[in-house]
Write a protein that binds this ligand. Sequence first.
Ligand code: AVJ
Length: 318
Amino acid sequence: MLDKTDTEAQQREAFHRDVHAGLAKPQQKTLPARWLYDDRGSELFEEITQAPEYYPTRTETGILQENAGAIAALFGSEAVILEYGAGAGIKTEIVLEALDRPSLYVPIDISGDFLAASAERIRERFPDLAVEPVTADFTQEFDLPGDLPEAGSRGGFFPGSTIGNLDRAEALAFLKRMRRHVGEGGVAVLGCDLKKDIPTLIAAYDDAAGVTAAFDLNILTRINRELGADIPVESFAHEARWNEATSAIEMHLVAREPVTFSIDGRRFAMEEGETIHTENSRKYDVEGLAALAKEAGWSLDEVWTDGKKRFAVMGLKV
Ligand code: AVJ
């Protein structure tokens, strides 16, 4: 087992590596989206979910509330619930609340602190439910603890349209991994934001109050603070773009003027208008995602959606 300081040192090293590699790229500079979520970034993301333009969270929550009975029936009695990413809060509670005598809840998250805090919240809210958190990066291969109960079927829960952060190959690998984790007789509930008109999508990722802009720009502040850099944050602007070829909303940080900065003594230069690509949020249609799931060994059992078909919650079976 790694202790906490080891993990922190490793995280810092990985951050350093990703930032240097991503900003040294001669063409499109990139930063992996996972680094958007430091304490401030996580706080800002919570604020985004309250923004009037950001429809996904409230739409998905409504779908889960309205169909909690059917979702619980898919998971079955005495289910073992594996949640990929442990931050869904209210959405997790809606599902756990509806379940028939769940035997275990396993939240899986890369951030040990975050995981411990949300596991604690769930234990308080559901004192009779066994909770066994797993610290792991669910976008990479990892094994579940070997001592999971055999009671009911295993069910994967992957809400929030987090699958949209992954490219096609990563999404397929993830669906295969979740399939392996649940085993024969397993099921999954997958939340996914759907393709729709571009202005609605752009507004959701560039809200008028500027919360998403602050969220995106915060990654530069984080680099300055954690890697001793001097990036002039005010020289950058947030932009949300639709990429038709990848069916994704992209977040970019655009240099508003020529900029130079140094990170750990290494110099970087960007031209006016040059961007750093910070996040992808892919949008699917139900058929496309069902086909991908099928390739990973799943069959589509049920689709729950909202009246405007903005968001889908898909019930999958092995
Ligand atoms: C948490 C990845 C699902 O893609 O909608 C929201 C992140 N970024 N606004 C999304 C996000 C900017 C969000 N996910």
